[in-house]
Design a protein around this ligand. Structure first.
Ligand code: ADP
Length: 395
């Protein structure tokens, strides 16, 4: 039913007519790469975000300065486009809901966004849908958490996650014992068991309105053992066949449960005792899908366009193994961007650079990413480490 309505609406102004316009909420790097993919098909893009100086400003056909969290800004922007999508989930969903009720094609659905934006609702949803995830409980504030500890209902260690902090501040606190209580976050929260993680995996999955679903190969995070920070992502993940099948099947089950058209990046934990749990999802393109630009038949950005326009999904097959590194602002530098070591790293065979075009660098700010493709995953990892050592973004 829903898909036939969408088809009718889409036929009103077909893709391929010169004024067909895809609206994107958010003008950061994901919006930029999405607009670039749209431009390959000569699809016009309009982007809503607070400044045209953001990465997508340089490539969108139209950039509307406004706030994607504001009802009127989103509603008015939505009127001007044929299909509306996102590059960030923290948008005004009331306006999206009204646009949808008025017949606008909006993907992903505002209903799914409302669940995903709230980590408490997200976890409750997994429980209801029988999607395995770490045990959890919801608390209305810090006091309620402290009371639960005092009364013995909650014991250490645990992980506290802000229900709605999103990108605005620290959203996760690991509370290993009473000494860590000063780290407790304010506001409504979700408390989860501290998981004994063996591996962190992500699967990007796409779905269109006809119900076609395709997953990308599973991606694994490689941690730097000294810093305990993600050093890079690599694909294919080093999993047993059975583990991989479970990750892929969970990603499919999750996008179907949400009834999302577009993309869903599904983050998973493999526990040391052999469980596979969904950690959280993002209903859009994702860091764990960046390598698809250079390593797969169809990039995640083109796939989002295909999915929201209800076109056949593209092949997700990989040509070669891939390693993706984020290119972060070097510590100690804030200001206009300068590259150090650029000539050396662009000489590396199989390395592909994507510089987002942010005007100012700050310590650890995501300024770009590089993907190294190679038939041999270990060689790609070595080259990725070389990039991290030799290339610096300074000011
Ligand atoms: P964010 O929205 O900030 O990305 P995540 O839920 O992905 O929050 O958590 C960030 C990281 O914290 C994860 O990648 C993982 O390394 C760690 N983490 C999150 N939840 C748990 C948990 N329940 N147990 C152990 N580690 C966790």
């Amino acid at each position: 039913m829903e898909s036939s309505v969408n088809n009718q609406q889409q036929n009103a102004k077909e893709m391929g007519s010169s004024d067909f316009k895809v609206g994107i909420l958010g003008g950061g790097q994901l919006g930029k790469m999405l607009a670039l993919a749209a431009s390959n098909w000569d699809l016009k893009t309009a982007i809503l975000d607070s400044s045209k100086d953001f990465p997508a400003g340089a490539v969108a056909n139209e950039f509307v300065e406004g706030n994607f969290k504001d009802y009127d800004d989103v509603y008015n922007f939505g009127q001007k486009v044929d299909v509306l999508t996102i590059e960030i989930e923290h948008v005004n969903t009331e306006a999206l809901l009204r646009l949808e009720q008025e017949g606008k094609i909006v993907h992903p659905s505002p209903k799914a966004l409302d669940i995903i934006k709230d980590k408490g609702l997200q976890k409750t949803f997994y429980k209801e849908q029988n999607i395995p995830s770490a045990p959890f409980a919801l608390y209305k504030d810090k006091m309620a958490v402290l009371h639960a500890i005092e009364s013995g209902k909650l014991s250490y260690p645990f992980v506290q996650k802000s229900r709605t902090a999103g990108y605005d501040g620290p959203g996760v606190a690991v509370i290993k014992g009473a000494d860590y209580l000063s780290k407790l976050l304010p506001g409504a929260c979700m408390i989860e068991d501290l998981v004994d993680i063996d591996k962190e995996i992500a699967v990007v999955v796409a779905r269109n309105a006809d119900g076609e679903v395709k997953t990308y190969p599973s991606v694994e995070m490689e941690f730097n053992p000294e810093a305990n920070l993600v050093e890079f992502l690599f694909c294919p993940a080093q999993l047993t066949e059975a583990q991989d099948e479970t990750c892929q099947a969970l990603a499919k089950k999750t996008i179907e449960a949400y009834n999302v058209c577009g993309l869903l990046a599904v983050e998973l934990f493999l526990t040391k005792d052999g469980q596979i749990w969904v950690n959280e999802v993002a209903p859009r393109t994702h860091n764990s899908g960046h390598h698809t630009i250079d390593a797969c038949q169809t990039s995640q950005f083109e796939q989002q366009i295909r999915a929201i326009l209800n076109l056949p999904l593209g092949s997700t097959e990989m040509h070669q193994a891939a390693v993706m590194v984020n290119l972060l602002g070097a510590p100690g530098f804030t200001g206009p961007v300068k590259f150090q070591g650029w000539k050396e790293v662009v000489a590396i065979e199989g390395a592909h650079f994507h510089i987002y075009g942010k005007a100012v660098t700050k310590p650890f700010r995501k300024m770009g990413h590089a993907t190294v493709v190679d038939k041999d995953l270990e060689k790609a990892k070595t080259k990725a480490r070389q990039i991290l050592q030799e290339f610096k973004i300074i000011s």
